[in-house]
Design a protein around this ligand. Structure first.
Ligand code: SF4
Length: 532
């Protein structure tokens, strides 16, 4: 909407009154339309999908723009101050552009913070309070349900491209990391029963999903709250437990990727499944630091484990294992020796993908009370040193992949270039495998570090993108990655069209075999060998 239109709308007292209070009945008998803004981590994205699925089932349509929406729901993130600011800005934008806004999500746990700045919001509901959001929508925009017209696909409404999906197995967390307020916002661990999770996974796979990303706050703790209750799936009884879930998911003909896994001893048991090719050989483990003293101050789960020994053992069993992690530098009290310990650990661990965050205080976190906060310039210096070291390791490990033939899944396709990922790259947070059409013609960068003119610009753009992503993540906080503020119906529709677009040589969601012909610090370039 242009500023002019905004003024016109603000000057219309009837419209302002409609926006400001009570239910708005759509002027025609068209279905009521919801605009949706989803911010925060993949777990919040799954919450958004769940809310949208309910709303679609009730006959609401999803509006692609603020203009087209009768009411806008903003699913917020409140993890750290930067995320709070982004959420407050998004609410402000929705109010300005549409005027009728319902707020939910993590920041909803602090309604006063929202209402102080935006008193005009219609309603504030808290994290994973699905019923409350739905009631608020019903109150301000009643549904017009027509069971013959309102069809929801069996896999529900998803905000990811159709070939991958997040599978949320639990909510909340029983840990008490001193820098984190998620347990206060989202409560203690509540696992979904294994049969429920497996049925959802099966539905997704039947709907064409080819990659499942298993998420929760602490995936390795899955089922502890249910005392590992049993559930039946496909005639077999399984315990609600990390390893059994991994085993059962490996029965499906999809890629299964594990996120937010902590290095508890029982995690060792999934590595053979990865070595056998039943799960993707990929572990996302938020180590956060390597100095035992810092980890103790962080109150990290598994802080006493010898993680280097564990990583060595894992790689021995599964040499192709990709390890990704996030770290915090400049945590209160971090000494130069403790930071040096982290760098030495990093050299030994040789992780494939690493994100880094400068410590930043979060309102309500226990770490705020710790002594000896590290001054920002020193945090900055350590961050730069850490990233330089991590980038060199990553570049080395990526260069070692040149010449390998790997299976990839294609995310987006244009006439000349396709963006894909192998088992070693998770969507949104890792690098990519760029496939150049007809890479054989000309000198398509067949040696490490060499980029031919055709993909140099794409390479630069993508490196910049990866770097920007790290920088963005760095302003947030450890363990939680921001999905970049997905606006449902905007970025999502771009994904959908990418998925639907078919440039004949490849299509989104397709598997392909490629030969890796080039690498930089973040991304790989591949030559298409065969579309599968
Ligand atoms: S950082 Fe993760 S494991 Fe620690 S309390 Fe927060 S959600 Fe739980």
């Amino acid at each position: 909407m242009s500023p002019r239109q905004s003024e016109a709308r603000a000057a219309d007292p009837a419209a302002a009154a409609r926006r400001g209070r009570g239910a708005r009945t759509p002027a025609t008998q068209r279905p009521p339309k919801i605009g949706f803004v989803s911010l925060g981590c993949p777990k919040a994205l799954v919450d958004s999908e769940r809310i949208l699925t309910h709303l679609r089932a009730e006959g609401y349509e999803i509006a692609p723009t603020y203009e087209a929406a009768d009411v806008v729901v903003v699913n917020t993130c409140g993890f750290i101050d930067a995320a709070v600011d982004e959420s407050l800005e998004a609410i402000g934008e929705a109010l300005e552009q549409n005027g009728r806004v319902i707020v939910t999500g993590c920041l909803g746990a602090k309604p006063q913070r929202i209402l102080e700045r935006h008193p005009r919001v219609l309603k504030v509901t808290g994290p994973h309070a699905y019923e409350d959001v739905l009631s608020a929508v019903h109150e301000h925009l009643p549904p017009r349900h027509d069971p013959f017209l309102d069809l929801v696909p069996p896999q529900g409404v998803r905000l990811t491209p159709r070939h991958y999906a997040y599978l949320k197995i639990a909510e909340g967390c029983n840990n008490r990391c001193s820098f984190c307020i998620i347990p206060a916002m989202r409560g203690r661990l509540v696992s979904r029963r294994i049969d429920d999770v497996l049925r959802e996974a099966e539905r997704l796979a039947s709907a064409g999903v080819k990659e499942l990303l298993v998420i929760s706050q602490d995936t390795s703790a899955y089922g502890a709250d249910l005392r590992y209750a049993r559930g039946e799936w496909r005639g077999v009884s399984y315990q609600t437990r990390f390893l059994e879930l991994a085993r059962a998911l490996s029965e499906l003909p999809v890629w299964v990727r594990l996120h937010y896994v902590y290095p508890y001893p029982h995690v060792d048991a999934v590595i053979p499944l990865m070595a056998e090719g039943r799960l993707l050989p990929y572990l996302d483990i938020p180590f956060q630091h390597a100095s035992p003293a810092v980890l103790r101050r962080m109150r990290r789960p598994a802080h006493a484990e010898d993680t280097l020994a564990r990583i060595r053992a894992w790689r021995h069993i599964c040499p192709g294992l990709t390890l990704r992690s996030t770290f915090i530098v400049g945590f209160p009290g971090e000494t130069e020796d403790e930071f040096a310990e982290l760098l030495a650990w990093l050299d030994e661990a040789e992780l494939d993908r690493v994100g880094c965050f400068r410590y930043s205080p979060v309102e309500g976190a226990a770490a705020n009370a710790l002594p000896d906060h590290v001054p920002p310039p020193l945090q900055e210096e350590r961050y730069a040193r850490f990233m330089e070291r991590a980038a060199a390791i990553s570049a080395r490990r990526l260069a070692a992949r040149v010449g390998q033939r790997v299976r990839v899944i294609v995310d987006e396709v244009s006439d000349e270039v396709a963006t894909a990922r192998s088992a070693a790259e998770a969507p949104q947070i890792d690098g990519i495998v760029r496939i150049v059409r007809d890479a054989d013609k000309g000198s398509a960068g067949s040696r490490t570090g060499e980029k031919n003119a055709r993909w140099l610009s794409a390479g630069e753009k993508n490196s910049a993108r990866s770097h920007a992503k790290d920088t963005n993540a760095a302003s947030l906080n450890a363990g939680e990655k921001n999905s970049g503020g997905l606006r449902a119906g905007q970025k999502n529709s771009a994904w959908l069209s990418a998925g639907e677009g078919n440039s004949a040589w490849l299509r989104a969601g397709q598997w392909a075999d490629v030969e890796i012909v080039g690498a930089d610090a973040y991304d790989l370039t591949g030559r298409l060998v065969e579309a599968v």
